[in-house]
Ligand binder design. Sequence first.
Ligand code: NAD
Ligand code: DAU
Length: 353
Amino acid sequence: MTIIVTGGAGFIGGNFVLDWLRQSDEKIVNVDKLTYAGNLQTLESVAGNPNYRFVQADIGDRAAIDALLAEEKPRAVLNFAAESHVDRSIHGPGDFIQTNVVGTFNLLESVRAYWSALEEPARSDFRFLHVSTDEVYGTLSAEDPPFTEENTYEPNSPYSASKAASDHLVRAWHHTYGLPVLTTNCSNNYGPYHFPEKLIPLVIANARAGKPLPIYGDGQQVRDWLYVTDHCSAIRRVLESGKLGETYNVGGWNEKANLEVVHTICAILDELQPRADGEPYTKQITFVKDRPGHDRRYAIDARKLERELGWKPAETFESGIRKTVQWYLDNTEWVDNVMSGNYRDWLKKQYTA
Ligand code: NAD
Ligand code: DAU
């Protein structure tokens, strides 16, 4: 048996591939376009594993995806591939529409053609799992209850609007064509191999480098943080037992204001790797211009996933953030290669000889 993941060279997809190969004997094929966010160095340790295959392709490339599906005959396709950074979507929304909307459409069409031709029981057993975000629900005030699966979609950024559009396509392909789909809507992830353009890895990298720690606006925006391997276990759970056509919210019950997150990281760094001058890392905090249209608060009610599929996160924010800071201190080469752009050479080094 084989599963295909798209976007497996990114942060969450990469962690998912590593986790999968630790826990399963089933082959996993990773299809990734290798945009700036794709980093095969993350998967260096499994590059020679016979149960792992990497294919460089765009999810929107019908011919490439059709050929891969025919060749690998997967029992499931998990779609992690996306443009994922809100700030980039504000500066240049085009790539977000192209990959998240048009790319997902093309992928759905390839998968539908493949699935329609399957014989039973493979046809009934097949799954398409779409990895999405809590940002599709919009923003919450301090008093609002967390997002449930019943919340209406009110996306506010080009990124979240493109993800919302992709969720709607996935839903429609189930209702219209019967494609066996599952969708997960997850809160903010953090952990190893997180690209240092996002808040947590950026703050760790900048702190180490003696650079400013940029806080947008007043720093009181709230995010609900989930350690990435908990997201991976939730996806595996939904893939195994999720009800077809359903959506599942995934979250860590860890609502934190951005400023509090940054203070926590600074305190851990003060302990693990104090600044040479003995001053606290909080000295590097700098308030900068706010993100346009910045959502104030996200919070996920993950009770459906717990009630129906028995999933709960294993990490608290306190345990997860400590592990994360330690990982970045132990893996400075990975971070430095990303910061310098050297990770882009990895493909050449690894696959041409
Ligand atoms: P990421 O940006 O780190 O990785 C995205 C990966 O997709 C990269 O490897 C990139 O090369 C690949 N990719 C981009 N366009 C592609 C295309 N057209 N064809 C094939 N591959 C392509 O993203 P991430 O943070 O790992 O997020 C993965 C998924 O999870 C996304 O769908 C995102 O919307 C969703 N999500 C992320 C978070 C989070 O906190 N990071 C939370 C909830 C949901
Ligand atoms: O909620 C899930 C989403 O979480 C995912 O769908 C996205 O793919 C993922 O990127 C993430 O989006 P956010 O915009 O919440 O993540 P980011 O790390 O960019 O920002 C987290 C918060 O920190 C947000 O309120 C903006 C703020 N921030 C971010 C950066 C990069 C700062 O204050 N300073 C910064 O430099």
